[in-house]
Design a protein around this ligand. Sequence first.
Ligand code: WTA
Length: 654
Amino acid sequence: MSRDGDAFDMLLTEDRRFPPPEGFRERAVVSDPDVYEDAERDFQEYWAAWAEELDWFEPWHTVLEWTPPHAQWFLGGRLNVAYNCLDRHVNGPKRNQAALIWEGEPQDERRVYTYWDLHREVCQFANALKGLGVGRGDRVAIYLPMIPEAAIAMLACARIGAPHSVVFGGFSPESLGDRINDAGAKVLITADGGYRRGQVLPLKAAADKAMENCPTIEHCVCVARGFGLSKVSGVHMTGGRDHWYHDLIADASADCPPEPMDSEDVLYILYTSGTTGKPKGVVHHTGGYLTQVYATTKVVFDLQDDDVYWCSADVGWVTGHSYIVYGPLANGATVMMYEGAPDWPHRGRFWEICEKYGVTVFYTAPTAIRAFMKWGEAFPDQYDLSKLRLLGTVGEPINPEAWIWYHNVIGGGRCPIVDTWWQTETGAIMITPLPGVTATTPGSATLPFPGIEAKILNDEGEEADAGYLALTRPWPSMIRTIWGDDQRFKDTYWSKWPDTYFTGDGAKRDGDGNLWVLGRVDDVLNVAGHRIGTMEVESALVDHPAVAEAAVVGKTHDVKGESVASFVTLKDGIEGTDELVAELKQHVVDKIGAIARPETVIFTGALPKTRSGKIMRRLLRDIADGRAVGDTTTLADPEVVMSLKNRYEEEGKI
Ligand code: WTA
C-alpha cells in the first residue's frame, strides 16, 4: 500500500513496541544483538561463514569480486542446489522426514513427500528432461499450478544445470509466450489444469496457444493434475512434442548425479515488471543465491527441527522460489504447500490447514491479511492456532492496523511478526526484524539483515531521513543481470548513483533508526502484492483498436493496497459505452492476465499532459483517489483535469 504524506506522519507517531517474548528469545536461532556488529566487522567473512554451511563439491578461492555493477560471489566454488536441498538430508537423519506436505484445493486431496521421496522423483524427472535433450545451460519454462510437481520441476532443472523460468499460472498465453521467447526456452512444463475457487483453469490449452508463437520450444511436458484426462475437456497432446509427466517418470531411472555447477552459473530467470512495457528477466546465480536464501530462512523464520513452515505465496513469484522451495529445503524444513484460494470452499481455509497440520511458522502478504480482517475473526476463531509461533509478511507495506490484527487474532498475541522487505532482484530478504532480537514496531520492516547495507538517499546521493531506499554494498543473492540485456540492468538499477543499487522504493527512517518502506516511486504498481508496470497495462489498452491513448495509475484499495485505474482516450467517432469498458478490461486480461485487470476505465477526451507532452500521472492518481487535485500550473491544458475530475465524480468512481 503506497503511503501518502499525511498517513506517514501518523505512522511516525506509532510508538507500540513488541520485543521478542522471553520464551521465544531463549530458543531462537539468533538471540544475540551483537550479530549486527559481528557481521559489520567483515561482511564478506560473515557471508562466507554461511556459505560454509552448504555442501560444496569444490571450495571457493575468493569470496567476492565486485566490479560494479557486477558482483561475483564464492568464485571458483562448485555446488549443486538440488543436492543441497535434497541429497544432504537424504544422507542424514532427515531422510524420512516430510519435506513437502501438499494439500489440494479439494479438501480430501493430500500428498506427503519425505526427503527421500522428493529426491527420488526429482532425479527421475531430471533424467526425463535429459531424455528430452535438456542439458546444462538450456532454459526450461515452467507454467504450473501450486502442485508438488512445480517444486519437483524446479529442483530437477537445478539438478542438471538447466536454468528455469517459472511463469505464474495466472498469466495469459501471450505473456507466457513472450517470456518463453525472451528466455529461448527449449521445454515447457505445464499441467492439464489447476484448481482455483472450485474451477479448473485449463493451463494446457493456454500453453498450447502460447506455443503457437514459440519457435524454440521442442517439447512440452504436461502433468495430469489428478483428475487429468477426464475433468479437463479438450486437452490436446501434439504427437512428438507433448508428453505426459507420469509417462516420462514411469520409465525414468532414479539415479541422476547432480551437475557440479559453478557458483556463478545461472540458477534461474524470473520475469518481473518494470517501468517499460517489456518485463525484465531477472537472472539469479547459484552459490550466492543459495547462501543468502539459506541464511535468511534459518534466521528470519527461526527454523527449528520441529517446525511446520508455510509460505502462502505462489511458486510463480520470487517469494515462492526463495521461501517455499530453495531456502526451506536447503534447511531441511517441513514445508506446507497449498494449491488453492484462501476462501475456498470457506473463508477459514487457511486456518483449517494451520490446525490440521500444526503449522508453526506462517508467511503471507498484507493484502491477504487485510482480506482476512474484512472477513472477520469468526473464521480463525473456529480453529486451533495455538501451534503458531512466528508470523511473517512480505510484498508491500503493512498498515499498523493489519499488523495488530495479525498479531492478536492469528498470533494470539504471542507470535513475533517479521515484516520482510525485499524484491525479485534482491533474491532474498534484505530488511527485516530478527525475531529473537528485534523489538518490532507495527508497519516498519526495521533494520537491514546482518551483512546488508541499506541507506536512504536523496537525488544527489546524500543520506537523508526520507528519500529513496538504496543498497550500498553487494549482497550474495543480488540480481546478476537482466537476461539478454545487460545495458538495461545497468540503466535500471545502477545509473542513479555510482555503485549503488536503486530499489525503486521510497523510505523514511524514524527516531529509533527503523526503516519504513513507503512504496514504489516509479511507474510500477503493487496490486495485491503483485508488481504490475503501468506501461504494460497501457500498451495492452492501446493495443485495442478503439483506443487512441491510455494512462494507468494506481488507486488506493482497502484490500489490494492498490488497484489499476485507467484513463482512456478513444479514437475519433468511437463512443465510450459500458460494453466497451467491459471489453477493454477483458482485453487487458487476455493480453497480460487477470492480475492486471483494470478496476476502473474512464473515457476522456484528452489526458492531462505537461507542455512537453508527458502524462501527469500524479494528477491522475489524485483524481483516482478522490484527493484535491494538486498543482496544475505546468499543464498544457488545465481544463482537461477539471473536466476529468468532474467526469470521475459523476460516474461515482470515487
Ligand atoms: C514491495 C517481493 C514494503 C516493494 C518479495 C518492493 C514491500 C516490491 C515489502 C518488490 C515490505 C516487498 N514492505 N514494501 N515488507 N516487501 N515490498 O519483486 O515496493 O514482487 O520494491 O518481490 O514489493 O516486489 P517483488
